[in-house]
Design a protein around this ligand. Structure first.
Ligand SMILES: [Zn+2]
Length: 120
């Protein structure tokens, strides 16, 4: 059976985290079931098909392949530099559509910014 969902895993994950003889997640099939991860669809990864310049996690540099072509790793957000208007708009749109992963990413960015302010 072909899995439609992509796995979106935290920035701290390494390739080794995908190994092991544990049961696989029934939704994405690419990640051990017991490990906490999120799922995203093709539109979220690549942007809307056929739309030039459309936003997606890869285009916006929000995620990178940990294991092509099924497992994406969230990129560490370094300060405010990565938070362009496009990224903000993209995530806000996804949150409003009810995507949990977008909310998690926004919270992650928020933590980074709060942490940064504390150090300045
Ligand atoms: Zn999964």
């Amino acid at each position: 059976m072909a899995h439609k969902a992509f796995a979106l895993v935290p920035a701290t994950w390494q390739r080794e985290d995908l190994n092991g003889n544990t049961p696989r997640c029934p939704i994405c099939g690419a990640v051990p079931k017991a490990k906490n991860h999120l799922h995203v669809g093709a539109n979220d990864v690549y942007g809307r098909a056929g739309e030039k310049d459309s936003d997606g996690l890869l285009n916006l540099n929000l995620a990178e392949w940990l294991h092509f072509p099924r497992v994406l790793r969230i990129k560490r957000f370094v300060g405010i530099r990565g938070l362009s208007c496009r990224v903000g708009a993209f995530l806000a749109e996804k949150v409003s559509e009810g995507h949990l992963w977008a909310l998690v990413m926004l919270q992650d960015i928020h933590h980074e910014l709060t942490g940064l302010r504390g150090r300045l």
